[in-house]
Design a protein around this ligand. Structure first.
Ligand code: DQA
Length: 140
């Protein structure tokens, strides 16, 4: 089983950025933990701050991998183009958020992407990614 994790803008700054919201762990350290936890799954990781590059990655992997875990960061709330890309591909995509976006500013309460995704997981810190992978495993 092949899972692609895609992180969007500013998520390269995890561990540095707004620690009270996103925690003090960097994503690479968490990714190692995730790979050690799911030893029978191939987990690939991609991060970009650029909307079009996220779309290119969705196109590249979206017809061949078994699932996508996508934290599109702020593009979640704005991007029709990423929503269209998710709708265009065949791999099930899970929208994830580290923070509970519903506890935060109102502009974070709406997702442009959720309707094109299989489901949404938010508010469990870094473990949102693990829960998203668990949800993809349920379908196998
Ligand atoms: C986020 C929530 C978004 O609203 C925000 O723009 C992010 C991170 C999260 O993981 O909690 O960059 O997607």
């Amino acid at each position: 089983m092949n899972i692609q994790i895609i992180n969007g803008p500013n998520l390269n700054l995890l561990g540095v950025r707004e620690k009270s919201i996103y925690g003090s762990a960097d994503f690479e350290t968490y990714l190692t933990e995730l790979k050690n936890h799911f030893t029978s799954i191939t987990i690939n990781y991609y991060q970009s701050n650029v909307e079009g590059e996220i779309i290119n990655k969705l196109h590249e992997v979206g017809f061949t991998c078994d699932g996508i875990v996508l934290n599109a960061g702020a593009y979640t709330h704005t991007s029709v183009a990423i929503a269209d890309a998710i709708a265009a591909i065949t791999a099930p995509t899970i929208e994830v958020h580290i923070s509970n976006v519903y506890k935060r500013e109102e502009f974070r309460h709406h997702s442009m992407l959720a309707a094109s995704c299989k489901g949404v997981i938010a508010g469990f810190g870094m473990h949102s990614y693990r829960l998203a992978i668990e949800s993809l495993l349920l379908t196998y």
